[in-house]
Design a binder for this molecule. Structure first.
Ligand SMILES: [Zn+2]
Length: 254
């Protein structure tokens, strides 16, 4: 018996199959659907563009024997700005790996929203790529329910310490005056970084990317978001290593 399903989704992985077919993983509000797209790799295929990596569209699927097959599709956004920007593409691939390896069976519509907003800013270059990366990492932790407790210093309950310290392992905030001896898992941060981290953890989605960080604060915020994510997830990400190879070599002196 065959059934049909109309879904809106983002292609987060594509795998080549025989006979110019391909498999695509679609991130939807209800999780990930793996779909076989017949002849989509053929030159001039009607659905070549909408089934490419990081295409967002409406997909009409046929379900047969527990598998999904593509019947038709219409693209909503192909994020053209990603296509000729290797660093942005590397980051999008990292986001995809993060989503695929942390997604549960529960519907998580906010993950699709976070991914689409991040792709928008990468594609339009409307925010620095490193900042988009940090926002994605820290907000993903919020959506997975493992965000840091940044309300106030754990010891003295000061809301805005003069010398804030973000602890990675304990996932909290202290002030340097309360804990004069630095530990390896602590980051001394400017107040601007504490404000930024709070914003990313607590903000509504329509304001999530609406802030700026400059110079050293931007650098420290990047370190914090990445270290925090790696500590919470306890995994290695090949796509993150690849991104750093690209990004770090592009800022090396000539
Ligand atoms: Zn304190």
């Amino acid at each position: 018996m065959q059934t049909h399903l109309n879904i809106r989704g983002l292609v987060i992985r594509e795998t080549a199959l025989h006979d110019a077919d391909k498999l695509i993983d679609l991130l939807t509000e209800n999780g990930i659907r793996t779909v076989q797209a017949k002849s989509a790799r053929k030159q001039g295929s009607k659905y070549g563009a909408v089934t490419q990596l990081f295409a967002y569209g409406d997909f009409c699927l046929r379900c047969s024997s527990g598998k999904y097959y593509l019947d038709s599709a219409v693209s909503l956004n192909l994020f053209y700005g990603l296509r000729n920007d290797l660093e942005a593409l590397a980051l999008a691939s990292y986001f995809s790996e993060l989503i695929r390896r942390t997604m549960t069976d529960q519907p998580q519509p906010q993950l699709l929203r976070l991914f689409l907003l991040s792709l928008h800013h990468l594609s339009e270059h409307s925010r620095p790529a490193a900042l988009v990366k940090s926002i994605f990492e820290l907000r993903l932790m919020t959506e997975l329910g493992v965000m840091p407790d940044l309300l106030c210093c754990k010891e003295c309950l000061t809301f805005l310490p003069e010398h804030p310290v973000l602890r990675i392992q304990q996932a909290d905030l202290i002030c340097r005056d309360c804990n004069p001896v630095p530990e390896p898992d602590e980051l001394d941060v400017p107040q601007a970084v504490l404000h930024a981290a709070r914003h990313v953890v607590f903000s509504e989605y329509n304001k999530l990317f609406q802030f700026r960080l400059k110079g050293q604060s931007a650098e420290i915020f990047s370190q914090y978001a990445e270290r925090y994510l790696l500590e919470r997830l306890g995994m290695n990400f090949p796509t993150l290593k690849f991104y750093h190879q690209l990004a770090d070599s592009s800022i090396a002196p000539q």
